[in-house]
Structure formats: C-alpha cells, structure tokens
Design a binder for this molecule. Structure first.
Ligand SMILES: [Zn+2]
Length: 374
C-alpha cells in the first residue's frame, strides 16, 4: 500500500490523494501559526520498483512561487545522502518524478538538519577544551537556545547565528561547518582567529519552528528576523535572550545565516542603508566581501538584494539592528535552496555538505576583518 507520512521531526505536508505511486497529490502546509508556506518534508512508503509521481497542488499559492522556477526537490533513501530529482513547475503545480529503488523514499524542500544532529553537535562541543556550551534562552515551547562559545582568550567578540527561519536548514549546516573547524583544528588561521576573538555561535535560533516543520516562524507565529528592535518574552524569547547576551558581551563582527528561495547564489546583505553607516564600516564591509570571494569559489557579490533606502523597519532585522547598535561589520548571509548558479552541481544542487564547507571558508574573511580592525 502506498502511504504518505510526515509525523517526524521537521515533517510537513498535507495529503490529498494517493491512489497509486504514480498519482500522489499533496498540498504544502503553512507554518503552524502563520501563513508562510514553502517547507515540506515527508516520506512515501510502499513504492519499491515503481515510478513515483507527486504533484504539489498549491505550489502557486506558497510564499515564494518564484522559488519553484528552476528548482529541483531533494530526495533520500537513507536520510544521509540527498539528491535532486526531476521536478517541473507548470500551471501553478510543482511535480516530481522518481523511479524508486527501495521501499521508502523521503522528499524535502532542502536537505533537513535534524534535531538529533543538533544535540549530538552540542554534546560534542561541550567535551572540547576550547568550547563552552551556554543556554541563552528557552524557546516558547521550552527548547534550549544554545550558544557554542569558542575561545583561547581572544578579546573581540564574533557572533554567528543561524536558522532564525527554521526551514532554512542550510544555515545550520553552515554553522556546523564553522563550529567543527574551530573546535578541532590547529590550523594557523584557526589559532589566529581564536587569539583575536571569542566566537559565539548559535546554530539554531528557532528549534520550535524546526520541530514543527515551519518555514519562517516560531511556535506562536513570530518571524524572529523581524523581532530585533523589540523582542519580548511572550512572542520572541529566542531573540530576547541572544540579544541580551550580545549587549552584555559586545559584538565586533556578526553573521546571520539564511537561505533564499528564489536567488540561486551565495551572497551577503550588508548595512549600507543605515543612516549612521560610517566610512570605516563601509571599508571593513567591502574588505570582508573581497576576502570572502578569495576564500570560497561559492561566494560572489554580483547577484543579491538591491540595497534599499533606509526605513526604520530595517532595525527589526538582526544584522541591521546589530550593525546600527555596534557599528561593526554585520551581514545577512544567504545561501540558495536551488543550486548555486555561480558554481553548479546538478546532482545535489546546493546542499548540507556545501553549506558546511562555506562555514569553514568564512573564517578567513572573518580573521582578515578582525586583523584590519586591530
Ligand atoms: Zn531567512
């Protein structure tokens, strides 16, 4: 019997109809407390040796319909290796097709990052000499907001946060790559970085949304990356706790990692629209971007968001609030849900492994920027 299920960590889909493997129809589910809809993650069972066709009937009504153009769904049999499958988007319907090798197959919007993996990483970190694990807040539903703090006595403070938008799982893969590099390596670059700065890395800002299979919001429907001006214990305790630690400890460089549904590129969005953006900030931001381009073939600065005019609303975003408050290099990093058109890999598209490598590669521009400030 063909069966569709999503009752697991990060699972999300609405079943419509599954009379046979080749005629499955589903709807993409909205976040548990808001209208945002784009993330999906589900399993189809009972399909060994069959052609599986899945039609996502409401794709056109999702939050980012442009995200489906040129997009390929990811699939996995063993939940470790994820590959892209033949996908079309036409007349408002997203449709995938896969000749299924095994009894069960998982499909997702992007390679998931499971909560068990998060717990494993935190557990590993706490046993390493140069790392501390701190709980900076509790989510609405009581999940810890954990910060891995890596230090060899560096006096500056680098903050990296990820996954305010829980469906942007590439952000946590990215954070994992940076954490693993910093906790284990004896590289000159790592040593230099840790002599200059203490690194505070929050790999998952939104564990409730992650568990619910939300795209963008927490358990009560708050978009955390619009909460930085006035976070509250009732609506956004995740931001409130992390922001408080930043105020107490200071910020000399900040990265907020995200995924972009539509643009097939890795890029950053800076603080140039802020009214008090200084010439020094401009110079440091430009220096960071040049150093990042040199450190990673994945990163580019030709395609990205147009720097809009400043509006007071901008301070609701993490990187703008930090850039304004601390006058430092403060960037939103965007990675693609699709492939990276700057450096394509059609078999897997952009994925967890590439995000991890990018997390490693970003250390060089961070260290160069800290050295330029010293
Ligand atoms: Zn985002």
């Amino acid at each position: 019997m063909v069966d569709v299920s999503c009752v697991f960590d990060g699972g999300a889909i609405e079943m419509v109809h599954a009379p046979s493997a080749s005629a499955i129809e589903v709807r993409i589910r909205a976040d548990n407390h808001s209208e945002f809809a784009q993330w999906f993650h589900f399993r189809v069972a009972g399909v060994r040796g069959e052609r599986v066709n899945v039609r996502f009937l409401n794709a056109h009504a999702c939050t980012y319909p442009k995200g489906w153009e040129g997009y390929q769904v990811v699939a996995s049999y063993d939940r470790r290796e994820w590959f892209r499958v033949e996908t079309t988007y036409s007349e408002g319907v997203l449709a995938l097709s896969l000749e299924c090798a095994w009894d069960q197959v998982y499909f997702a919007y992007f390679e998931p990052y499971r909560s068990e993996r998060h717990l494993d990483l935190i557990a590993l970190c706490q046993t390493r000499a140069r790392a501390r694990v701190r709980q900076l807040a509790k989510s609405i539903e009581g999940r810890p907001i954990e910060c891995v703090t890596l230090s060899l006595g560096g006096r500056k403070n680098v903050w990296v946060i990820a996954r305010q938008h829980p469906g942007e799982t590439m952000a946590e893969w990215f954070a994992e790559g940076l954490i693993e590099y910093l906790i284990e390596s004896e590289d000159a670059l790592v040593m230099r970085g840790l002599e200059l700065a203490t690194f505070h890395i929050v790999g998952n800002m939104n564990p409730d949304g992650s568990a619910h299979g939300n795209l963008r919001t927490n358990a009560v429907g708050a978009n955390l990356n619009r909460e930085w001006a006035e976070p509250s214990a009732e609506r956004s305790p995740e931001v409130l706790g992390v922001r408080q630690a930043m105020i107490e400890e200071g910020v000399d460089l900040f990265i907020d990692a995200h995924g972009d549904e539509a643009l097939p590129y890795v890029f950053v969005s800076g603080c140039e629209m802020l009214p008090n953006f200084s010439a020094r900030q401009r110079q440091m931001q430009d220096g960071f971007i040049d150093a990042f381009k040199a450190a990673s073939p994945e990163f580019q600065d030709k395609y990205g968001y147009a720097a809009g005019r400043y509006q007071k609303d901008a301070l609701r975003l993490a990187s703008k609030w930090v850039g304004d408050r601390f006058g430092c290099v403060s960037l939103t990093l965007e990675m693609p849900f699709k492939d990276n058109a700057h450096h394509p890999d059609p078999k897997v598209g952009w994925n967890g492994a590439r995000s991890r490598l990018l997390g490693r590669a970003i250390l060089e521009p961070i260290v160069k920027t800290l050295l330029a400030q010293a």
